[in-house]
Design a protein around this ligand. Structure first.
Ligand SMILES: NC(=O)c1ccc[n+]([C@@H]2O[C@H](COP(=O)([O-])OP(=O)(O)OC[C@H]3O[C@@H](n4cnc5c(N)ncnc54)[C@H](OP(=O)(O)O)[C@@H]3O)[C@@H](O)[C@H]2O)c1
Length: 302
């Protein structure tokens, strides 16, 4: 056997062995989890965003599909639900439906503070917790870093008092990265929430490596770039080789691209459709793309 053949053969054996060690997705009962660095608590890797999708009224026709979405998330082993006072009625709808369905013990609830001033922040967060019917909020995040210098003091106190379990900060575009980096270097935050997807990868330059260095958990918002990623592949069939990392749809490919980054804890695609939620949770099972497959995925959107 030539040197080249030997190298190729040992690579093949290594790949086959690694594959054997992983359960086939059909054998996996619950989705994969990753540890929150500040505590070691395990968090399932696919969650749910509620911007627009959960801003609905109280009619049965509006709420029934959302009940189904929540049940699919939890049945698959997912838990993180992300909301904000910026999302209209979403916090109240999450609170109502998770209570009705008896999902409270199984979910990881996250919302945000999105106002200026100490007292306004406190009353907004108290209202959010009441709307979400949460006696303790798992994760409270400062939305788009708005007046973070004020809210961070309240959040540190609230964490010490046990009103919230984790502190986070969020942004959704590159205009917020520099300030986010400064906060990550100077404040004891547990989480950041940031945008990153196949089309917009700026967070991988500095933010994601910094999160790894500082032991900060990462939630990825806008994983489908608000849905525009699907338009970029319209009419293109899902490549066969995506099956090697257990992806059978474009949605699963897009989410698994993000989850292949080692800094990422959880993705939170937004949806109000059961069909899409079923698709999204599948990204939490099975293998992830290899570095070589990541290169091939990058060519698809370039
Ligand atoms: N600054 C911040 O803190 C911030 C900013 C932005 C977002 N966020 C959070 O991140 C979450 C996600 O971001 P996003 O909602 O803006 O955008 P996104 O998740 O990138 O995209 C949502 C869009 O993708 C569609 N979709 C979802 N699953 C799909 C699937 N499997 N197949 C095809 N289409 C699918 C949805 O349509 P359907 O409803 O028809 O499924 C919706 O139009 C938000 O809901 C929010 O919780 C936070």
């Amino acid at each position: 056997m030539s040197k080249m053949d030997r190298r190729a053969a040992s690579k093949l054996i290594a790949t086959a062995t690694a594959s054997l060690l992983l359960p086939h997705p059909s054998m996996q009962k619950t989705m994969n989890k990753r540890a929150i660095p500040s505590t070691g608590e395990m968090l399932p890797i696919v969650g749910l965003g509620t911007w627009q999708s959960f801003d609905v009224g109280s009619s049965e026709s509006e709420r029934a599909p959302l009940r189904e979405v929540l049940q699919i998330l939890v049945d698959a082993g997912g838990s993180l639900i992300d909301s904000s006072p910026m999302y209209g009625r979403s916090e109240a709808v999450v609170g109502d439906l998770t209570t009705e369905l008896g999902l409270k013990p199984k979910i990881y609830e996250a919302t945000k503070v999105w106002t200026s001033g100490r007292d306004a922040g406190i009353s907004q967060m108290e209202k959010s917790m009441a709307l979400m019917k949460a006696s303790t909020m798992d994760l409270m995040q400062i939305h788009n870093l708005l007046d973070w210098q004020t809210h961070i003091k309240t959040l540190k106190n609230w964490k010490a008092e046990g009103k919230i379990r984790y502190i986070g900060i969020t942004h959704y575009h590159s205009g917020g990265y520099a300030e986010m980096e400064r906060i990550m270097k100077s404040e004891p935050i547990d989480f950041i929430q940031i945008n990153y997807n196949l089309n917009v990868q700026g967070a991988a330059d500095r933010i994601l490596p910094l999160a790894q260095d500082r032991g900060i958990a990462v939630i990825i918002n806008r994983p489908y770039e608000g849905g525009s990623l699907f338009r970029a592949v319209k009419g293109k069939s899902v490549p066969d080789w995506a099956g090697e990392f257990n992806a059978t749809s474009w949605g699963q490919i897009f989410l698994k691209f993000i989850l292949a980054h080692p800094a990422v804890n959880c993705v939170i695609p937004g949806t109000s459709k059961a069909k899409h939620m079923k698709d999204n949770v599948q990204a939490g099972f099975g293998r992830l793309p290899s570095p070589e497959q990541i290169k091939m995925l990058n060519k698809i959107v370039s």
